[in-house]
Design a protein around this ligand. Structure first.
Ligand code: NAD
Length: 487
């Protein structure tokens, strides 16, 4: 196997990174580019042996990293952020080649936010307080102890962004990490460990194992030495991981799929509402938070649809490396097949494609809007993870809320309304981890992030991340001269 490949001029090591060393596997898997289906290279294909070695390295490195002062941990995390900022161009082009998302958003949005993830959690660590209080003269002192080795498992739709939402707080908390990136986008995790090593992160603190979840997953998630598992991905995989983690009752954080509603009321700024709706095609629809169910008040649906079709018609679909492109390819032929299957079954069931509804050349799918869909149909209830939206109408607020909440998910919801009181009323009734009012995708790391129902378990961000990655301890100390028998 080639140990290093060159991707758009950038050298990437495709082996695992375990205990500060590159480690090959006997077997490999082939990584292809969604842009043109070409082979990028062969990547190490890990299994139980590599999982065991990586967890052993994380366990060994844990006492040293946990004992490292907060200030020093924060300094190293900032040095990693510096390294990411220096290599933004390289990270951006490698990620785009690997997962097909837009180069312009990797350059300007995603990779700067990767650096920010490290800076944010480094700074937050330094503000984590002791919430001390007194009980009958005794002091209670709450401390945030590092929990131990963590297994972090991530998807392909925003690989480095989602990995570093987990890696940064885990490292800040004093935990050590085994990261398993998705097999459809394995490359930037490998660049991250180069950057972390250059920044002075000690060997074994951050390990990366590559491979198929079905082959290496169980060995990672059922291991008794793992103290936390954080997973972002699909609901079926989450159920398997939860069952595996149950062996040791390992605490889990799950960030899962969604089928989020976008509600447009007649009092909304219609141009804004249309912009918000068309934005749901971003990343070729491969966004967990996407508001893929357009729920529009019936009195304005004709005008909304007319403007939506015109706006969607302006989207340029093509090579994600081209600055002018708005929608790139879908990740994999298998994903494309899945998207097409959802649409075909919906149309067979009576849905009508207002736009799209078909595959294009290469790994591209036409932005699609389906109407005449029943609330209990598969296309309304299941996550497609492609550029496919449904359009339904509602008569009043009650019906809007009923339709919005009527799936097994609860990740996000978006509202377009010109009435702040309505926004407050409706928001209070929606089941969703995040609600956006007249905006979309604005996210602050201080805020809790996660999903309700089957969209997830737990919340990440700010203190919530430290709650998860730390063992909280309360130490109760008696006042001087305290006698327990006379207390
Ligand atoms: P997936 O569940 O197929 O895979 C995610 C990761 O899990 C991959 O690294 C995969 O190798 C690994 N995996 C697979 N089987 C495993 C097993 N048995 N044990 C351990 N690991 C295993 O998901 P995907 O297709 O890569 O990602 C798309 C999904 O992720 C969508 O459902 C999307 O909504 C969701 N997602 C959620 C969020 C969020 O924050 N809520 C963000 C992005 C994506």
């Amino acid at each position: 196997m080639l140990e290093k490949i060159t991707v758009a001029g950038v050298s990437v090591d495709t082996r695992h990174w375990i205990g500060g060393k590159r480690v090959a596997s006997g077997d490999t898997f082939t990584d292809t580019s969604p842009i043109d289906g070409s082979v990028i290279g062969e990547v190490a294909r890990g299994g139980p042996a590599e999982a065991e070695a990586a967890i052993a390295a994380a366990r060994e490195a844990f006492p040293g990293w946990a004992a490292t002062s907060r200030a020093e941990r924060a300094r190293i995390l900032h040095a990693i952020a510096d390294g990411v900022e220096k290599r933004i161009e390289e990270l951006a082009i490698v990620e785009t080649t690997d997962n097909g998302a837009l180069l312009r958003s990797h350059r300007r949005g995603v990779m700067p936010r990767v650096a920010h993830n490290f800076r944010f959690f480094a700074d937050w660590l330094l503000t984590l307080g002791h919430e001390d209080f007194e009980t009958r003269g005794h002091t209670n002192q709450v401390s945030w102890d590092p929990a131990g080795p963590c297994v972090l498992i991530t998807p392909w739709n925003a690989p480095l962004m989602l990995a570093t939402w987990k890696v940064a707080p885990a490292l800040a908390a004093g935990d050590t990490v085994v990261l398993k990136p998705a097999e459809w986008s394995p490359l930037t995790a490998s660049l991250l460990v180069d950057i972390a090593a250059e920044a002075g992160l000690p060997a074994g603190v951050l390990n990366v194992v590559q491979g198929y979840g079905s082959e290496i997953g169980d060995a990672l998630t059922s291991h008794p030495d793992v103290r936390r598992i954080s997973f972002t991905g699909s609901v079926p995989t989450a159920k398997r991981i939860a069952a595996s983690a149950a062996t040791n009752l390992t605490p889990l954080s799950l960030e899962l799929g969604g089928k989020s509603p976008l509600l447009v009321f007649a009092d909304a700024d219609l141009d804004l509402a249309v912009d918000l709706a068309v934005e749901q095609y971003d990343n070729a629809g491969q966004v967990c938070l996407a508001g893929t169910r357009l729920l529009v008040e019936e009195t304005i649906v004709e005008e909304f649809t007319r403007r939506f079709v015109a706006k969607a018609g302006e989207l340029r679909q093509g090579d994600p490396r081209d600055e002018a492109t708005d929608i790139g390819p879908n990740i994999h032929p298998r994903q494309l097949e899945k998207i097409d299957g959802f649409v075909r079954r919906a149309v067979e069931g009576g849905a009508r494609a207002v736009i799209g509804g078909r595959r294009l050349d290469g790994q591209y799918y036409a932005p699609t809007l389906l109407t005449d869909v029943a609330q209990d149909s598969e296309i309304v209830q299941e996550e497609v993870f492609g550029p496919v939206l449904t359009l339904q109408t509602f008569a009043d607020e009650d019906e809007a809320v009923r339709l919005a909440n009527d799936t097994r998910f609860g990740l996000a919801a978006t509202l377009a309304t010109g009435d702040p009181e309505r926004a407050e009323r409706v928001t209070a009734r929606l089941v969703a981890g995040t609600v956006w009012v007249n905006c979309f995708f604005v996210r602050d790391l201080q805020a809790p992030f996660g999903g309700s129902r089957q969209s997830g378990v737990g919340r990440e961000g700010g203190t919530w991340s430290f709650d998860f990655y730390c063992d909280l301890k309360n130490t109760v100390t008696a006042p001087e001269g305290w006698s327990q028998s006379h207390g």
